[in-house]
Design a binder for this molecule. Sequence first.
Ligand code: NAD
Ligand code: ZN
Ligand code: ZN
Length: 350
Amino acid sequence: MLALTFQGVETLRLVDAAEPRIEDPGDVIVRVRLAGVCGSDLHVYHGRERGLDPGTILGHEFVGEVAAVGPEVRRWKRGDAVLSPFTTSCGDCGPCRAGLTSRCERGRLFGWRENGVGLHGGQAELVRVPLADSTLVRMPRGVSSEAALFAGDVLATGYFGVDAAGVRRESTLAVVGCGPVGLMAVLTAADLGVAAIWAIDRVPERLAIAARLGATPIDLDRDDPVALARGTPIDAVVEAVGSPAAARLAFDLVRPGGTVAAVGVHTEPHFAFSPGEAYDKNLTYRAGRCPVRHYLERVLPLARRYDRELQALVSHRLPLADGIRGYELFAGRREGCTKVVLRPRPEDAG
Ligand code: NAD
Ligand code: ZN
Ligand code: ZN
């Protein structure tokens, strides 16, 4: 089968990979209809995040149809349309029961294999999904495949960030970074009726989307958001970048007593602010991987309501065979690239 693999920093290869097999009785094999390229894939691509085995099939955003089921699978049969969170989860361990499905004791991240252990990803014709009964979710009626794809990662993560930021309708929220995750935070906050939303980035077309979704755009190359925040106290920040500069900006923006919700994946070894600075601001800092499976019940209605807006965010729909170009466009933010969706079978609709 065709698959997009990681070979080394900024080096990907399309390969004819072995088809995944049922390995555990709770596995399902999904035939991928759509696979997204995520900002998290870029950390690996650029070599900021290390440890991934060369040869790993990339990608953790996918929707598709069940192609094969293991002997202990109860919920799924061949042909069922499903969407997947970007990690597997058992639904039964302590973290899962507490709603932290992204830290399931048996859970794994798709597209992450290290020292020969872990899961291949969804940027392929087929993907193996362990713990399928508790991981996969039925494709809801009235939701496009693209919106469902977003629900499995970036929409849920944006929602999670806003939830962690603890905003109310009267709050002022700043979103640092207007990639798909930041834009989904803007959408969620606007849906909640948050009074003032600042969207900060330096990519004009992304700022324009943020403005359409209901935020005040702030271009880092033209305005100084920290100076602006002296006149408008920022109650909370969703940091959706994952870099020291963004972390520092989030810290500098938030008012004393405010909250920074960091959903950006950080690979640097130190905080961008000191414990003393956090103390002096009475800062609340929240971070982490979105427990998508836990949030999906709340997120799928949003995917249905904002289906059109989500589809409008996809700038590039490419065959999987053009996946390397998809990474180059997304990484370089070229050709107005905001989101790349790959199709293993280009003849598939929606
Ligand atoms: P992306 O790379 O498309 O977007 C990042 C955006 O941040 C870009 O538009 C870029 O111009 C902007 N940016 C860079 N430096 C900035 C700065 N100093 N200030 C303001 N903006 C800046 O990525 P994405 O898909 O939107 O993902 C964003 C982050 O969220 C990544 O770190 C990704 O790994 C992470 N992520 C986390 C989770 C989770 O569960 N917590 C899930 C999905 C993605
Ligand atoms: Zn992701
Ligand atoms: Zn679990």
